[in-house]
Design a protein around this ligand. Structure first.
Ligand SMILES: [Zn+2]
Ligand SMILES: [Zn+2]
Length: 493
């Protein structure tokens, strides 16, 4: 990076105020019952309602536009119009995040198997007569080759799990897998038959009300699929940026340029704060018009890949991958789609046990003996315990420095860590809500440190001693003890 190229950073105080204003806007939209198309107010009205400066309001609007909560409409009858966050508006940023974070195909598979095992189990336990008909129909259609999407049964099962978090992530990861493996039509006929046989087996177990069997069959099926995809000569471990940014709304040429710039940044491994170019330089480098360059910049900014800094040395700069921004977008989408505490509870228990087992693997003294340095990992764990003791668990969580978030990071699985972060975030939101309404929860929230810090310490001790089984057992009882209302675990599930 050229040290002369240091444009003005976004004022952090302003960013904080804007974040708070955006949160108020979202709460107002939720409270109004999310009336899509209604006007929340003109700029003048919003300035008054939220009591912020024009610059702060505009930044807040940029945030809610990014999250597809609302968008600014110019002209008469204009104002901030309430929007509908679509599933594509959520999956796009999630995929770009995975790409920027460098998630591999193996990480995606690992996470997908974990989630779809849970789907198979829950879909079985929650099966209704209507669900039964849906599953029969899905298998019949597939047998008669009447489905174009070979993952049709998976989508239906995810819906039948009755859990919007699972539904969203199953869809996200199955799309990501398709990026690696884009042409299911090219499947040889024997593979087709094998897939159908596996799907029939899963369906049968679900319909026979055998959740354990359904889960095992799902796992075996997805493992076989993963092995098959890995064995394909065209399969790559890293995602293709071209595919990930495909369909980004915008001018075709601007979009193509955004993809090209994004791909180049990934190929060169550009780190945050790297200078990409000024508008004039980009026009020249890519022989593009000002309008095309501006559209490309708009798309890169929208996806938080790069940001424009004004002033001397200004221009386009690479930004830090921002997991908090993606987690926000997903959490807002899920709130819009009626996520409830029970849905978090479904996932939290299984996720935390998977996370602690994988984190233990990363911390194992045996891998230290094998010459792999784990000082960094040990330091991360100790820093999290310190942050919670000094700031309290809630403040540590807000900074992304709490124990559970750190364990998620330690797994080294960026896909799993994304799902985990979303579930943690929603858990804290429900917890804050109940603490605001219920004096008993309020009292518990004040005792949070004494309730959870010793448990976290105990899990950490087991991890540092290399005792995976003990760490998992301690996590299990920690989650069982801290049901809804005493730590944002969402219960033991
Ligand atoms: Zn399948
Ligand atoms: Zn905890």
């Amino acid at each position: 990076m050229n040290p002369e190229r240091i444009g003005a950073r976004v004022d952090s105080r302003q960013a904080k105020l804007a974040g708070r204003a955006a949160e108020q806007i979202i709460n107002d939209v939720v409270e109004m019952g999310w009336p899509v198309g209604a006007v929340l107010g003109s700029e003048a009205e919003l300035l008054e309602r939220y009591g912020v400066s024009r610059a702060v309001l505009r930044e807040a609007i940029r945030l809610v536009e990014h999250q597809r909560v609302a968008r600014m409409r110019r002209g008469t009858g204009g104002g901030l119009v309430i929007d509908e966050p679509s599933v594509d508006a959520v999956i796009g940023p999630a995929v770009i995040h995975l790409l920027r974070a460098g998630a591999t195909l193996d990480e995606i598979f690992d996470t997908r198997i974990l989630l779809e095992e849970l789907v198979a189990e829950l879909a079985t336990q929650r099966l209704t007569e209507e669900g039964l008909a849906i599953i029969r129909d899905a298998v019949d259609r597939e047998a008669e080759s009447r489905v174009s999407d070979y993952r049709h049964l998976h989508t239906q099962l995810a819906r039948l799990s009755g859990n919007p978090v699972l539904e969203l992530f199953v869809e996200t990861f199955s799309r990501v897998c398709n990026f690696h493996f884009a042409d299911p039509d090219a499947l040889p006929a024997d593979i087709d038959r094998e897939v159908l046989r596996a799907h029939r087996g899963i369906a049968k177990a679900v319909l026979a009300n055998e959740p354990g069997l359904a889960r095992d069959r799902m796992r075996r099926h997805l493992r076989a699929e993963a092995d098959f995809i890995r064995a394909q000569p065209d399969t790559v471990q890293r995602l293709d940026p071209d595919v990930a940014l495909a369909g980004t709304l915008g001018d075709k040429r601007g979009e193509a340029l955004a993809r090209q710039i994004f791909a180049e940044l990934l190929t060169t491994g550009a780190t945050p704060d790297t200078f990409v170019g000024s508008e004039a330089e980009l026009m020249q480098r890519y022989s593009a018009s000002r309008a095309v360059v501006r559209e490309a910049i708009r798309i890169l900014e929208y996806h938080r890949i790069a940001i424009t800094r004004r002033g001397p040395g200004g221009g386009l700069y690479v930004t830090e991958p921002d997991i908090a921004a993606v987690v926000d977008i997903i959490a807002i989408y899920l709130r819009r789609h009626g996520v409830q505490l029970q849905h978090i509870a479904d996932l939290r228990f299984r996720l935390e046990l998977a996370v602690v087992a994988r984190a233990a693997e990363a911390l194992r003294p045996r891998s230290r003996r094998a010459g792999r340095e784990t000082d960094g990992e040990v330091g991360m764990l100790e820093a999290a315990l310190r942050a919670e003791a000094e700031q309290g668990p809630a403040a540590a969580f807000d900074r992304g420095e709490d124990f559970h978030t750190m364990l998620g990071r330690l797994t080294g699985n960026r896909a799993l860590s994304l799902v985990h972060s979303v579930v943690l975030r929603l858990g804290w939101q429900f917890f804050a809500q109940s603490a605001a309404d219920d004096p008993r929860a309020q009292a518990l929230s004040q005792n949070l440190p004494s309730a959870v810090l010793p448990a976290h310490q105990g899990i950490a001790d087991a991890l540092l001693a290399g005792d995976v089984e003990l760490a998992v057992a301690r996590m299990r009882s920690h989650l069982a003890e801290t049901g809804p209302g005493s730590e944002p675990t969402g219960g033991a599930g």
